[in-house]
Design a protein around this ligand. Structure first.
Ligand code: P6P
Length: 326
């Protein structure tokens, strides 16, 4: 007989999950756990603002562009402020780089961690009520605590991340992250104000029949491997799905199998997507779930960033599909 709701457990909250997995981080138990909680808190605040975006004067753009050339939306700036404020108050993070800031933000504290952040990815979709996301990476600082932060602390390879993940603000909002011990997904329960474990130990299918690319750019792509791959997808009647929000496309492909492609184009000869704010975090998640992420030549996680706003081509998702492009 089906269990009544009375008998059903609430489930494993993020707090309980972090506490029960602290053994994975004996050297950083309290600080690291608190940092994850600070990210979850900021995500709840941003989620609340997004849910009422159509009702308050928070839509549209602020009239200038970020370092990557993207038109900054009002909600980009709100999300950026909320995450920086939550991490600053939490005290575990000493420095932040963000897609919305030209240079690094020194929080002037003795925290051990560095955070790289895309506070609101896909934000051009907000005005039309399409899912958007936050992407984050966590690194350990390199320079001595209480010494001045330098670019060395921030220009770290993705392989050096100690954790990464994303929040997907969709029909339901989810927090998906890895600390190097697999990938777990938590669904936000607004009536409780809790992220509850809903997708334990996510595994990415080795194969898939979904491809996500802006095919309107096809004539400005010179890479013959990409052209051949798109033809392969069409010859095999793959499903084309492109939302225009990397987090939403990535999450679907993570759960169902598939590949997201953003090659080098005439407009973006070094690729559009930001290594430090988008690709590294998702590459860590996809590798931890059994998938793969490259720029067409090497693993994303092995790329040495040359600047905070370093861009690269991105092919990410099911291992056997990404291998066709590498
Ligand atoms: P295009 C959003 O700006 C973003 O970084 C990703 O979320 C998205 O997949 C991509 O760019 C969309 O780019 O050139 O297809 O509009």
């Amino acid at each position: 007989m089906e269990k009544s709701r009375i008998d059903l457990p609430i489930g494993v909250t993020l707090d309980r999950f972090i506490k029960s997995n602290e053994k994975d981080y004996p050297t950083a138990v309290g600080a690291f756990s608190q940092l994850l909680r600070d990210i979850a808190l900021a995500a709840k605040v941003v989620n609340r603002e997004l849910n009422k975006a159509g009702l308050v004067d928070i839509m549209g753009n602020v009239g200038n562009a970020n370092a990557g050339g993207d038109e900054q939306q009002k909600l980009d700036m709100l999300a950026n402020t909320r995450f920086i404020r939550a991490l600053s108050k939490g005290g575990e993070v000493c420095g932040i780089i963000s897609e919305e800031n030209d240079s690094f933000v020194d929080l002037e504290n003795d925290g051990k961690y560095i955070v790289a952040l895309d506070p609101l990815d896909g934000s051009s979709n907000i005005d039309v009520n399409v899912s958007v996301g936050t992407i984050f990476s966590i690194y350990k600082r390199i320079t001595a605590i209480n010494s001045p932060l330098t670019l060395e602390d921030f220009l770290q390879k993705g392989r050096d991340q100690i954790a990464s993940g994303y929040i997907l603000y969709g029909p339901s909002s989810m927090l998906v992250f890895t600390t190097g011990n697999g990938v777990n997904g938590f669904t936000y329960e607004p009536s409780l104000g809790e992220f509850v474990l809903s997708n334990p130990n996510i595994q990415c299918h080795e194969d898939g029949t979904i491809y996500s690319m802006n095919e309107g750019l096809s004539n400005s792509i010179s890479d013959s491997k990409v052209k051949a791959f798109i033809n392969y997808c069409k010859d095999n009647e793959f499903t084309a799905r492109y939302i225009g929000s990397l987090v939403a496309d990535f999450h679907r492909n993570l759960l169902k199998g598939g590949i997201y492609l953003y090659p080098a184009t005439t407009k973006y000869p070094n690729g559009k997507l930001r290594l430090m704010f988008e690709s590294n975090a998702l590459a860590f998640v996809i590798e931890q779930s059994g998938g793969k992420a490259t720029d067409g030549n090497m693993d994303i996680l092995d790329i040495q960033p040359t600047s905070i706003h370093h861009t690269a081509a991105l092919y990410i998702g099911s291992k056997n599909l990404v291998n066709r492009l590498s």
